[in-house]
Design a protein around this ligand. Structure first.
Ligand SMILES: [Cu+2]
Length: 241
């Protein structure tokens, strides 16, 4: 009889743990409509220092969409989890400058999490975070010599698409979304995303792209259980708006 009681107790314990455990939110963002043609970056071509670093024509892509309309670089965030930043303990996020182009151009990190900017270029850049004045984040402008040491920044307050620019090269722009919790994601090349280990509960989930749907958040209501949750979004391209 002892054997039987052991077999029954263990599944009951596992079921109890799962009821209170976190789940993953997964989903996909697609673009409704067609993206506009990419623009040619004429400024970089004309620049005597940066132009020769590129053999091919450099394009500016506002919408990165795959064959199935999956929309890359959409920021996914949750409401109702504010003030839970783990940014100070999180690994740094890297922003690279190669050929006078920021890579990636869309980033997201937490308040207090380090943004490390690298300059492997044979060109001097300035790294100039220019936050929205309402955010309370600080504007800073630092020069970075060719192959110079890394520069680090942190941001104290949440902000959507905080602009980072280079005052030497006006086409250099990167957009950093700062959140105050670890529950966020950026969609990949196929438009999909995953936010892992979200505490169970009801949330408003937001998908924000810098251009699609007018750059405004598109929201959905979800409930996360131990089995997770899914949230798919369709954001409007320029012709669908
Ligand atoms: Cu520059």
């Amino acid at each position: 009889m002892k054997m039987y009681s052991r077999f029954f107790v263990v599944p009951a314990l596992i079921a109890g743990l799962q009821a209170a455990s976190a789940g993953d939110i997964t989903g996909k963002v697609t673009l409704n409509g067609n993206p506009p043609p990419d623009q040619v970056n004429d400024l970089i071509k004309a620049d005597p220092n940066c132009g020769p670093l590129h053999k091919d024509v450099v394009k500016i892509q506002f919408y990165v969409v795959d064959a199935n309309k999956g929309l890359k670089d959409t920021i996914i965030t949750l409401k109702g989890v504010a003030g839970k930043s783990t940014g100070e303990a999180a690994p740094a996020v890297v922003l690279d400058q190669t050929g006078c182009i920021y890579t990636p151009t869309i980033l997201a990190l937490q308040t207090g999490q380090k943004l490390v900017v690298k300059n492997p270029d044979p060109v001097m850049h300035t790294v100039h975070p220019a936050p929205n004045p309402d955010s309370g984040n600080k504007e800073v402008n630092k020069s970075q010599m060719p192959n110079g040491p890394d520069i680090s920044f942190t941001f104290a307050n949440p902000e959507r698409f905080l602009k980072i620019k280079c005052d030497v090269h006006p086409w250099m722009l990167s957009w950093v979304t700062v959140v105050d919790n670890p529950y966020f994601a950026i969609t990949g090349a196929d438009g999909s995303f995953k936010i892992a280990n979200v505490p169970p509960g009801k949330y408003t989930i937001e998908a924000t792209h810098r251009k699609a749907s007018g750059g405004k958040p598109v929201t959905k209501e979800i409930e996360v259980t131990a089995a997770g949750a899914t949230a798919d979004f369709s954001l409007d391209g320029p012709k669908a708006q």
